[in-house]
Design a protein around this ligand. Structure first.
Ligand SMILES: Cc1ncc(COP(=O)(O)O)c(C=O)c1O
Length: 430
């Protein structure tokens, strides 16, 4: 039977394609109608298990009742003043609570923006202002957003940078450690010394920005020894260390911030995504002495730190405490890794199962040959999973990684159901 056009995925997608530019990617030809916790229903009534979480935004699940309630209550009080014009308490509360949770035995300050890219841009602005230096070192495979500086920092050409240059100057890329693809920690550290030798003198470098676990880049984890080496290099040359925790932050890796596990503290941290459970807000948290470097008016934004998003972010913090979601992140991670390792025993294509807390991924190679990343099979796998009612995401420099970002509020039964669908997909496609 023909569905009404507004209740039909295909018809809505046809309208979408006619009205929207193709640069706006689309993982699936599915139009969401409603969602709850870790499940989504499309406009045709089909149910999906959500292992994508809106790309790491829904650690507290879809429409968590406490978050919805907090936003509704804020909506009835004040929903916009522009913080720089008239301040409001939830913004100040949130800054204080995030400062208290960030590692580092020094005074900190925090402020808010709207997107992850904006947080990254502002961290770099502060680093430049505080050090009076201009250069920035980022990493190959890293992702830092789609603004001009975000693209410049991002270490992947297609699709993020191709055709969009020229980019802001003085951004250099070092190698991110990646044992699976032959980049040892010492090679990665040496690549920074290489930048000092071939590209820019360390005295002109303001900051090194790094994702504790690369998100879009493939869920590769920077080992603590590497981070310690980075901190040493940074301290030797007066360079600041920025942890981009837009994807890893808000409990995804088993601690509130992944850099809590480092053993050394970054000078600044960026957050966004899950910090407000889907309401647009991002944060820069850092050493007070640095954060105060830009003059009044140098930081901010019209919508930055909106009252609704601040209320949502405060509710997220409460939900994490009340529902012990950091413990849950670790437990979900263990469950996912065990389930995926069982699949890897049966399917040689899965050459790596890795994770930090509930930030878990598998990496796929043709016939198990590690010199042949299998992007094609990876794509077929996620398409098959969606047909069977499971939303998955791919990532990685070679597009051969399937990542899981299931809400930390998901039940074990739902996670097992999702793993069951993945196993059935492997069996069907093998
Ligand atoms: C580590 C990291 N930094 C920055 C960004 C950019 O965030 P946004 O898309 O909110 O601008 C992302 C987005 O995926 C990210 O994963």
């Amino acid at each position: 039977m023909q569905r009404e056009a507004h209740l039909n995925n295909a018809a809505l997608m046809a309208r979408r394609r006619a009205a929207l530019p193709s640069g706006l990617g689309q993982s699936y030809d599915i139009v969401a109608d409603r969602a709850e916790n870790a499940e989504v229903w499309d406009v045709e009534g089909k149910r999906y298990i959500d292992f994508a979480g809106g790309i790491a935004v829904l650690n507290t699940g879809h429409r968590h009742p406490k978050i919805v309630q907090a936003v509704k209550a804020q909506l009835d009080k004040v929903h916009h003043t522009c913080f720089q014009v008239l301040a409001y308490e939830p913004y100040i509360d949130l800054a204080e609570r995030l400062i208290a949770k960030a590692p580092g035995d020094f005074e900190k300050k925090a402020f808010f923006l709207t997107t992850g890219a904006e947080a990254v841009e502002n961290a770099v602005k502060i680093a430049r202002s505080a050090t009076r230096r201009s250069a920035v070192i980022a990493f190959g495979g890293g992702f830092h957003g789609r603004t001009l500086l975000g693209m410049a920092l991002t270490g992947k050409v297609a699709p993020y940078k191709a055709g969009f240059g020229p980019f802001p100057a003085e951004v250099y890329h070092a190698k991110y450690p990646n044992a699976l693809h032959g980049v040892s920690e010492s090679v990665a550290l040496a690549s920074i010394e290489g930048i000092f030798k071939y590209d820019v003198e360390p005295e002109r470098v303001a900051a090194i920005i790094i994702e504790p676990v690369q998100g879009e880049g493939g869920f590769y984890l920077a080992p603590n020894e590497f981070i310690a080496g980075l901190r040493t290099i940074a301290d030797r040359h007066g360079i600041l260390l920025i942890a981009d925790e837009v994807q890893t932050g808000a409990g995804r890796t088993g601690t509130w911030l992944a850099c809590e596990q480092w053993g050394v503290a970054p000078d600044m941290v960026t957050m966004a995504k899950s910090m407000a459970g889907g309401f647009p807000i991002s944060a820069v948290i850092g050493r007070a002495t640095l954060m105060d470097a830009p003059g009044p008016g140098g930081l901010g934004g019209t919508y930055a730190g909106s009252p609704l998003a601040c209320a949502a972010a405060l509710a997220v913090l409460d939900v994490f405490e009340e529902e012990k979601l950091l413990d849950r992140s670790k437990a979900i991670g263990e469950r996912l890794v065990a389930g995926l390792k069982a699949m890897a025993k049966k399917h040689v294509a899965i050459q790596d199962v890795r994770g930090a807390g509930a930030m878990v991924a598998i990496e796929l190679f043709k016939g198990g040959d590690r010199s042949q990343p299998d992007a094609d099979f990876t794509k077929r796998l996620v398409v098959e999973a969606a047909k069977r009612g499971l939303i998955l995401l791919t990532c990685g420099s070679y597009a051969n990684v399937v990542r899981v970002l299931v809400p930390l509020t998901a039940s074990d039964a739902l996670i097992d159901e999702g793993l069951g669908v993945m196993a059935a997909c492997f069996d069907a496609l093998a």
